[in-house]
Ligand binder design. Structure first.
Ligand code: XLS
Ligand code: NI
Ligand code: NI
Length: 505
């Protein structure tokens, strides 16, 4: 997810501005500033709260105080079906056929798609230069509890029509922040109770839940790595609750994305101390998970920069090293986000393979960046070649379960029709489905595996076996060199490998 505007996440501009203004106000009162300052701030606060209402004038009867909604949220949008590659119907799958078996498993079991609540139901299209562009008919411009519940109803109609089994959320996406932790928790409980009821009816599950530890100004220095002890404690309390509700909703995983766990300058940062705190925080999460009997996988989501200059979970290798150093490898896996991979200077495929060979591949945040843009643009993945490489890793991993593919992706600012929400997910699902079909073709055809096997065949020998078993010392190898003379070196055949890949796209 990209942090939109100066400090708010999509869909929360009004609420966040209000929260920031109030928080600043409280701080000023604490430090006993003058009445004049208070008055000025109050004025500023009122000016910024006056966010535009999103309930359209011709729909006012549906907005109001109730969490209910007349009729369907997505009228005219049918249940999305598989129609095959030749169809011209945008509201149908061309490649994703849930029940079809590929490489011995149903497509729906390889792919385990999930809708990200924060993008699909809280994304407004706002960016640092402009106001929201999306005015969904069910929104009334508030962040009330009733609005939260109405959105939850829309979520279940959406995932049901789309034919997706899972959804993912942050605590604060689904329920409004309160004035105190107790109030926030009570809000969350109320919305989660409805979510539980709706997901039981719709037979859906949570892929993962997480705590939003980066929007509120208290988290400006980080959460588990904040320089402030009280913030560390607040984050712990928030994660405790988020784990409880994820467990209650049958969540199969729980994610830690280090929203602001990182630094802006080493001049004022004790990096070693912050990393130790992060490890202690994660250990406490493991202990709490066990205490409440939550059996889901805990996932770390690497990201290199944004919002801090240097995020501690930079990439898969950095995160694996962190987990190893603190003895946490058995307790965590990684959630690889493709857009984060490219921001760290790697391909998504590289990150997936790094996670996989370390036994850490747990989940994929399925999105993509723009090759010409240097931030987390969170676009839906539409590149078939990239999807094929991704699926090769997933197949090698034997699938992702209990993880899956979470669409941590949003509509472009300029896409403003309700049907665009469906089209975006359909094309994202079709792209990965097509990637799976291509990966299966590559695997069944075997030429690529054969090319790789041949490339390393010099190690399929007695001396090779000794080297790989750690039984070849330098003296023995030196003797062999004297016997063999100058090594014979074969071609890497990269272009042939690319030709084989292209033949299945
Ligand atoms: C932000 C992350 C975020 C996590 C969940 O860039 O992708 O959305 O997936 O906190
Ligand atoms: Ni992201
Ligand atoms: Ni993500």
């Amino acid at each position: 997810m990209q942090v939109e505007g100066n400090w708010c996440v999509g869909g929360m501009e009004g609420e966040c501005r209000e929260m920031r203004a109030e928080w600043v106000l409280k701080l000023m009162m604490k430090s006993g500033k003058t009445l004049l300052l208070l008055l000025c701030l109050k004025l500023l606060c009122c000016a910024v709260i006056a966010a535009p209402q999103t309930c359209p004038a011709n729909n006012v009867d549906n907005c109001g105080d109730s969490d209910g909604w007349e009729g369907e949220f997505f009228p005219g949008i049918p249940k999305i079906k598989y129609e095959g590659p030749s169809t011209k119907n945008p509201l149908s799958f061309k490649w994703y056929n849930a029940e079809e078996e590929i490489l011995g498993k149903k497509m729906k079991d390889w792919l385990r798609f999930s809708v990200a609540f924060w993008h699909t139901f809280r994304g407004t299209g706002a960016d640092p230069f402009g106001a929201p562009t999306k005015y969904w008919p069910w929104e009334d411009g508030t962040n009330s509890l009733n609005m939260a519940k109405r959105r939850m109803r829309a979520n279940f109609e959406f995932i049901s029509k789309l034919g997706v089994y899972f959804w993912c959320f942050h605590d604060r996406d689904i329920a409004p922040d309160g004035k105190t932790l107790e109030e926030s928790n009570a809000n969350l409980d109320e919305v989660v109770a409805l979510a539980k009821e709706l997901q039981t009816q719709a037979k859906k599950r949570v892929l993962w839940g997480t705590a939003q530890l980066f929007v509120h100004p208290r988290y400006m220095h980080g959460a588990a790595t904040s320089s402030e002890l009280e913030v560390y404690a607040y984050a712990a309390a928030q994660v405790k609750k988020a784990m409880e509700v994820t467990h209650y909703l049958g969540g199969e995983n729980y994610v830690f994305w280090g929203g602001r766990e990182g630094y802006q300058s080493l001049l004022n940062t004790d990096m070693e101390r912050e990393l130790n705190h992060l490890a202690r925080f994660l250990e406490a999460a493991v202990a709490y998970k066990k205490k409440i009997g939550f059996n889901g996988t805990l996932l770390i989501e690497p990201k290199p920069q944004e919002p801090t200059k240097h995020q501690y979970d930079w990439d898969a290798a950095t995160s694996a090293n962190f987990l190893r150093k603190y003895g946490l490898t058995g307790e965590f896996k990684l959630n690889i986000e493709c857009n984060h991979a490219t921001l760290s200077g790697h391909s998504c495929h590289h990150e997936l393979e790094t996670a996989r060979i370390n036994g850490l591949l747990g989940n994929i945040d399925a999105n993509t960046g723009d090759p010409q843009v240097g931030w987390d643009t969170d676009q839906f993945l539409v590149d078939i070649q990239e999807a094929t490489l991704i699926m090769l890793s997933v197949v090698r991993n034997g699938g992702l379960a209990p993880g899956g593919f979470n669409f941590d992706a949003k509509l472009r600012r300029e896409s403003i029709d309700v049907e665009d929400l469906f089209i975006a997910h359909i094309v994202g699902m079709d792209t990965l489905a097509r990637g799976l079909r291509n990966a299966a073709k590559l695997i069944e055809n075997g030429s690529l595996a054969e090319l790789v096997r041949k490339r390393y065949q010099s190690f399929d020998t007695e001396i090779g076996a000794q080297i790989e078993a750690g039984k070849a010392d330098f003296e023995m190898l030196e003797k062999k060199v004297k016997e063999w003379g100058e090594p014979k070196v074969a071609s890497a055949k990269q272009e042939l490998a690319e030709m084989i890949l292209q033949s299945v796209l």
